[in-house]
Each structure stands twice: as structure tokens, then as C-alpha cells.
Design a protein around this ligand. Structure first.
Ligand code: NAI
Ligand code: MG
Length: 501
């Protein structure tokens, strides 16, 4: 771990000694975010029907900080009976209050949630980084502002649905069961809850078991905003809780973000029912760099696309397709940039690469990296010192991997990049599309026409041109092929929560 391969070692050491000396002269002093004003309760209950309630079976689990392995809190584990209670509360709130309320009134509540997230932004960002391991830079500048923006954007739609659907008759679906992952815990909760509420549905949401805390803080916010009881219910728990939500007969719609395996299982479990389903699953995005691109800008985009946030992004640019003529220069520039990446304490404001979310995820990353080495690809890992406690993996890339290698096909969900080459735009398109996924792609070139030409032929839901990993609530997000179906965000995202005639 943290080692560089022998063949790379000498040249890197020679080449990078200057860079390291330079780095040492500009060593950053630690700049950790203060945590003394943060309140994490020792124990959290379930939020059902507007009240905090112990789980009927009395079971709890722990959530830890993956950067320190410290226990942060005990969290209730919802069983099937609790799920039933939450669905009943959501049904009552739907029938009696929320589906009858005018859009303009719903909008006020959704707007209030957005404002409360902004007011508590600092606390939410710190708890997000503690519970999930992501750098505070990311949670402070990306996750939390985007979560607030998502509620704000959807507050705007709540009274304008007639325009969204061009006058066609439309009605909400009813009770939405929503299951979310650990990579963007608060943001994914916002992506799910905001459009559901705007369209007049009520919600039972389950956060991931490794990152429940910001969803629980959001439940507190929802309570403070005085949403009618039962409109939003938050149930913590693991896979069994999620399965109980998905299979509950009185849930009208399931929205799931997570692994392709679980997505398929949910799809099977609801086959033959009238439940509506949207799935946002894995990805193996190609970041395509042409020789005419601004290479330094492209390298920055590559780094942001895979190393920031530890590659814990479903649309991470985990395959780099480089035009053959610039392969060596891109690899050299990438190594230089990797030398300056700061890995460590997620709460430090200078940290670029935080902790891997869980021991399990670290195991999966290690397994795939070993497979890459065994399949004959050449590995380079940034020579960073990994902290002793917690779960860490150094920024890594592979060169010389064939398209059939596991590291070129499977979602690694870690800071691991697989670099391959192409000679013509057609070859780039063929290689980029040679995956079971189709969530996102990036194109780097000086020619706008090339971006449009490529974008129409890439089978991916989101395509960035000369940038990467940019999000906006007004821009729909979702996949092709095994990356799932349905869109989140934008006008298209409203369709996931509405029955339109
Ligand atoms: P996962 O798919 O098991 O977990 C996502 C959510 O689904 C969690 O809330 C979990 O509790 C819930 N869940 C698990 N089993 C369920 C079931 N049978 N029915 C209903 N809900 C269930 O993902 P996991 O195990 O945390 O990560 C495994 C891999 O999945 C990662 O290595 C990564 O490749 C991929 N992943 C993709 C994400 C994305 O955003 N597309 C997010 C997280 C993981
Ligand atoms: Mg945790």
C-alpha cells in the first residue's frame, strides 16, 4: 500500500525530487475544522410520523468515522414492523394533508428546508466528513450547497407543475420509498426528498448504514420546519430495512441509488406489482482526452474526476482514454499533479483525498487493484504516507491494461484510474461505449464540433465537455444500460414522482 512499482520507482524519484523539495518548502500547516460546536447525540431513534421513536425490536448499530475508526453514535435499526409504521404514517399524511395541499403551500415548506440547510451548513458539512470520510472541502463546497440548492429548485416547481407537464393532467404517485447510498449522504437525501415533496408525494427514506447521521440531522431540520407529521419519515438500518421498504405493498414508488446488484434485486422483488421504479446504479465512465486539448486543464479534470472524494462517485471518470500521441505527456503531468495531492484528515481544509468509506469498501478496492496487477497492468500509486488508523488508499493509476481486464470493466469506487489509449474518434467512442454501464463521460478537446460529434454517439446519461463532475439541480442526471433508468433533477426528474396522462 502506498508503494510505487519498482519499474516506475527510479524515474519517479529522480523526476519528483524537485517537486517534493518544492512541496516541503510550502508545507501546509494543519488546518482542521473545529468540531467543538458540533453536537452528535450518543443515540438516534427512528423518525416516524413526526416523532422520534425507538425501533420495536430494540436493535441498534454503530456508525463510525472511517478516518479514525471512532464510534460516533448508536443508530436505530428499523425492522419490518417499523417500516410498516412509517409507511402507514406516510399514507395518512398523503391522503389527509400533503396530496390535498396547494402547490404554493408545499413550496413554502420545501423552501424552509432549503434555508435551514444553509443556516446549518457548517454543522452538516462537518458531520458529513466525520461520518463518511470525505474531505471537508467537498462536503462544505459541494454536498451541502447542492443539497440546499436542490430543495430551493424544487420549491420553485411545486406550484408550477401544470407548466412542467404542459397542461397535461397529472397527479402524485403516493408514498415513495427511497433508499440511498453512502457516497453523497445528505445530497442523495435531497435528490430524493425534494422532487417527491414538490410533486405531492410523501416519503419513507433510508440512508446507508455507514453514513446515517446527516439524514438524521435532516430529519431534525424537517421537524423544526414543522412539516406535517408523516410527510417525511427517516428510517435507519441496513440492507434488510431497505428490502422491507422496497417490498412493502403500500409503497407506490421506489427510488434507489446504489450498487447494480442491489438495484437488480429490487427490480426483481417488485416485478408484477404496479410500483414505479427509478434506479441510479454504478458507472465506469470514460474521460476522453484528445491531443488538441488543453492538457494541464485536462489533467486537473482527471484528478478531480477520480481522486477527489476518493473516487466514491458513481460518475467518477475511472477510465481515462487518451489519444496515443499524448499518452506519455499526460501520464507525466498526472504523476506531477499526484505528488501535490494531500491525503489525510477529512476535517483538514487542505485535504484533497479523504478516507475510504468503510473497511468493506477498502477490501473491494484492494481486491480489484490486486486483480489489475495479476492481469499484467502496470500500477503507479502516489507516494503518500497513509495514516495508521482508519481506512485509506493512495491515489493510483494503471497503464497497459487491456479492455477485458477487471480494472477496465468493473466499478472500483475508489481512487483508482485505468489509463488506455485510442487513435481515432471512432476508436474512442467504441472503447468508451464498451461497458455495461452508461452513466457519464468526459470529452477534452479544443474543438467544440468534436465535443458535439462525440456526445451524440456516447451512450452515457451525462456528458461533460472540458470539465468534469459538475452538477446543477436544473440538469437531469441518470444512466443508460446497467447504470439504471429515470432521471433526477430538472424538469425530467419530476416525471419520476408524477403520473402524467
Ligand atoms: P449497496 O447497493 O449495498 O447499498 C446502497 C443502499 O442500498 C444502502 O442504503 C443499503 O443499505 C441498501 N441496500 C442493501 N441491500 C439492499 C436490499 N437487498 N434491498 C434494498 N436496499 C438494500 O452498496 P454498497 O454495498 O454500500 O456498495 C457496493 C458497491 O456498490 C460499491 O463498491 C460501488 O461499486 C457501488 N455503489 C454505487 C453507488 C452509486 O452511487 N451508484 C453508491 C454506493 C455504492
Ligand atoms: Mg459512518
Amino acid at each position: 500500500m502506498g508503494q510505487i512499482t519498482r519499474s516506475e520507482k527510479d524515474s519517479v524519484e529522480k523526476r519528483s525530487s524537485a517537486a517534493l523539495d518544492f512541496g516541503a518548502a510550502w508545507e501546509y500547516a494543519p488546518a482542521p475544522e473545529a468540531t467543538d460546536h458540533i453536537r452528535i447525540d450518543p443515540k438516534y431513534e427512528l423518525f416516524i410520523g413526526g416523532k422520534w421513536r425507538a425501533p420495536r425490536a430494540g436493535k441498534y448499530f454503530q456508525t463510525i468515522s472511517p478516518s479514525t475508526e471512532q464510534v460516533l453514535a448508536e443508530v436505530a435499526e428499523a425492522g419490518a414492523e417499523d417500516v410498516d409504521d412509517a409507511v402507514k404514517a406516510a399514507r395518512q399524511a398523503y391522503d389527509n394533508v400533503w396530496s390535498k395541499m396547494r402547490g404554493a403551500e408545499r413550496a413554502k415548506y420545501i423552501f424552509r428546508i432549503s434555508r435551514a440547510i444553509q443556516e446549518k451548513a457548517r454543522e452538516l458539512a462537518i458531520v458529513e466528513s466525520m461520518d463518511g470520510g470525505k474531505p471537508i472541502k467537498e462536503s462544505r463546497d459541494v454536498d451541502v450547497p447542492l443539497a440546499a440548492a436542490h430543495f430551493f429548485y424544487h420549491a420553485g416547481w411545486a406550484d408550477k407543475l401544470d407548466y412542467a407537464f404542459q397542461g397535461r393532467p397529472h397527479r402524485p404517485l403516493g408514498v415513495a420509498g427511497q433508499i440511498i447510498p453512502w457516497n453523497f449522504p445528505l445530497l442523495m437525501a435531497a435528490w430524493k426528498i425534494a422532487p417527491a415533496l414538490a410533486c405531492g408525494n410523501t416519503v419513507v427514506l433510508k440512508p446507508a448504514e455507514t453514513t446515517p447521521l446527516t439524514a438524521l440531522l435532516l430529519a431534525q431540520i424537517i421537524e423544526e420546519c414543522e412539516l406535517p407529521p408523516g410527510v417525511v419519515n427517516i428510517l435507519t438500518g441496513a440492507g434488510a430495512t431497505g428490502a422491507a421498504i422496497a417490498s412493502h405493498p403500500d409503497v407506490d414508488k421506489i427510488a434507489f441509488t446504489g450498487s447494480t446488484g442491489v438495484g437488480k434485486r429490487i427490480q426483481k422483488s417488485i416485478a408484477g406489482t404496479t410500483k414505479r421504479l427509478t434506479l441510479e446504479l454504478g458507472g465506469k465512465a470514460a474521460n476522453i482526452v484528445f491531443g488538441d486539448a488543453s492538457l494541464d486543464q485536462a489533467v486537473e479534470g482527471i484528478v478531480r474526476g477520480i481522486y477527489f472524494n476518493q473516487g466514491h462517485v458513481c460518475c467518477a471518470g475511472s477510465r481515462l482514454l487518451v489519444e496515443e500521441s499524448v499518452h506519455d505527456v499526460i501520464v507525466r503531468k498526472l504523476k506531477d499533479r499526484m505528488m501535490t495531492l494531500r491525503l489525510g484528515d477529512p476535517l483538514d481544509k487542505n485535504t484533497d483525498v479523504g478516507a475510504i468509506n468503510s473497511k468493506m469498501q477498502l477490501g473491494k478496492i484492494r481486491e480489484l487493484v490486486e486483480a489489475g496487477e495479476q492481469e499484467g497492468a502496470e500500477r503507479y500509486s502516489a507516494p503518500v504516507k497513509l495514516p495508521e488508523k482508519g481506512y485509506w488508499f493512495p491515489p493510483t493509476f494503471f497503464t497497459g491494461a487491456g479492455q477485458s481486464c477487471r480494472i477496465a470493466r468493473e466499478e472500483i469506487f475508489g481512487p483508482v484510474l485505468t489509463i488506455m489509449t485510442f487513435r481515432t474518434p471512432d476508436e474512442a467512442i467504441e472503447k468508451a461505449n464498451n461497458t455495461m454501464y452508461g452513466l457519464s463521460a468526459g470529452i477534452w478537446t479544443d474543438k467544440g464540433s468534436k465535443i458535439f460529434h462525440m456526445a451524440t454517439r456516447l451512450k452515457a446519461g451525462v456528458i461533460w465537455g472540458n470539465t468534469y463532475n459538475k452538477f446543477d439541480p436544473s440538469s437531469p442526471f441518470g444512466g443508460y444500460k446497467e447504470s439504471g433508468f429515470g432521471r433526477e433533477g430538472g424538469r425530467q426528474g419530476l416525471l419520476a414522482y408524477t403520473d402524467v396522462e
